[in-house]
Design a protein around this ligand. Structure first.
Ligand SMILES: Cc1cc2nc3c(=O)[nH]c(=O)nc-3n(C[C@H](O)[C@H](O)[C@H](O)COP(=O)(O)O)c2cc1C
Length: 403
């Protein structure tokens, strides 16, 4: 096996050179200032990640509208008012030649009711849980305004010195909600046919491109499928990826799942898929045959051997890692040098099926690690899962036998 495959540089279509093939996929940090600007904690975290040798670090999702947030203390870029703070973030992350790209997002219906009592979406299809309020459909004018907000955020990324921007088109957020026939019941030009459902994503891309110019790399993270009956399928994803490819995307990142079906963190993957690593590899191999845009795959990669093989076999161009970066902040450097060959993360199982299948502790447990690093502490791989459960639910852990 050629250990050097992941360490090779890569030149994106826009001409930008990325120093190696390892990327930190977006991880919503939840440690911005209360008004959404980058904080000291984020500077600490990104300085550490920047020292860790990755080719690209995608920021956690940055919100385009302060009235619609995925979680508290999330980053916001509505306009240029936080530009100097984003510039500090870029400097902290990029001092060692790693690129920082901004991931841009709107939650649509996937926003907890305590943060958003009046969510918006493609249609009025609610989440199957009382944690979320019923969304109302966006008007034509609101859609146009929102598209422009994504473009504005991309321009903030560029002006702050970041090296790229990414549309969050995966995991059931607003772009995903437009793509899926389960959540998009519109009968206007934004709904119905796949061409109409993908218009929102494509117009966002075009708006961003018009604002940032041809030489600034743009990307999208998209689901290989939503893994729900009647939702966005693999065939549809393939078609949308081809449309995006023709528009001139610099990088297409493939992931999968939504809040309802948490495939992105592997909670519903078959044991055989988990063991094989790289949850969506079969799909990306098919995509590769049809498009020319560079490809990144995220979800389940854990061993240097699998990562090197995927790059060497030409299956993809970048390996995306999420959870490993929460425990091993310097994982890229370590994998490239051979100091570490495996970056497995704990399974995080409580033994209570309802909790474990929902994947509800995956994100917070990892975010607690980011909080630690924001304070200058090391991650704690032994962090107690029930402590996290109690903190986020306000409930005591269930007593054995009462589950
Ligand atoms: C704490 C946490 C926060 C995440 N936040 C985001 C996010 O903001 N945007 C996104 O596209 N994916 C997000 N994800 C998903 C990851 O980017 C990634 O797709 C997923 O963890 C699977 O990759 P892995 O198996 O390497 O962890 C998050 C995952 C975790 C654990």
């Amino acid at each position: 096996m050629n250990q050097a495959a992941i360490s090779k540089s890569f030149t994106l279509p826009s001409g930008s050179e990325v120093k190696n093939r390892l990327a930190k996929s977006a991880l919503s940090e939840g440690i911005a200032e209360a008004d959404g600007r980058p904080s000291e904690a984020l500077f600490n975290l990104y300085r550490r990640w920047g020292e860790g040798g990755a080719g690209i670090l995608f920021t956690g999702n940055v919100m385009v509208d302060k009235d619609h947030l995925v979680n508290p203390n999330v980053l916001i870029a509505e306009d240029e008012s936080f530009l100097s703070d984003y510039t500090k973030l870029s400097e902290a992350a990029q001092a060692q030649g790693t690129q920082l790209w901004m991931q841009i997002n709107h939650p649509g219906r996937q926003t907890p009711i305590y943060l958003d009592k009046a969510p918006v979406s493609a249609s009025d299809v609610g989440m199957p849980s009382k944690i979320y309020a019923q969304p109302r459909p966006l008007s034509e004018e609101e859609i146009i305004e929102l598209i422009d907000r994504y473009g504005t955020a991309a321009l903030v990324a560029k002006k702050s010195g970041m090296k790229g921007a990414q549309i969050h088109g995966a995991h059931g957020y607003l772009v995903s909600q437009f793509l899926s026939p389960l959540t998009n019941l519109r009968t206007d030009r934004w709904g119905g046919s796949l061409e109409n459902r993908s218009r929102f994503a494509l117009e966002i891309y075009r708006n961003m491109r018009a604002k940032v110019g041809d030489d600034f790399p743009l990307s999208i993270k998209i689901n290989s499928a939503d893994f729900q009956r009647g939702a966005f399928t693999e065939e549809e994803s393939m078609e949308v990826i081809q449309m995006l490819d023709q528009e001139g995307m610099d990088l297409i990142e493939v992931s999968g799942g939504t809040y309802e079906r948490a495939a992105m963190v592997g909670t519903m993957q078959k044991e055989s898929t988990k063991q094989r690593e790289a949850y969506f590899l079969d799909f990306i191999v098919k995509v590769r045959e049809k498009i020319k845009s560079p490809l990144m795959l995220t979800g389940g990669f854990r061993t240097a051997e699998t990562m090197n093989a995927a790059i060497e076999n030409g299956e993809l161009d970048f390996v995306g890692l999420g959870r490993p970066f929460c425990i091993y902040p310097h994982i890229a450097k370590e994998l490239i040098s051979g100091e570490r060959t495996d970056c497995s993360v704990p399974d995080l199982l409580t033994g209570v099926d309802k909790i474990d299948m929902s994947g509800m502790l995956q994100t917070p447990w990892h975010q607690f690690q980011l909080i630690r690093m924001g304070k200058g502490l090391d991650p704690d791989p032994d962090m107690d899962l029930w402590m996290v459960y109690e903190k986020i639910t306000g409930k005591k852990r269930p007593v054995v036998g009462e589950q």
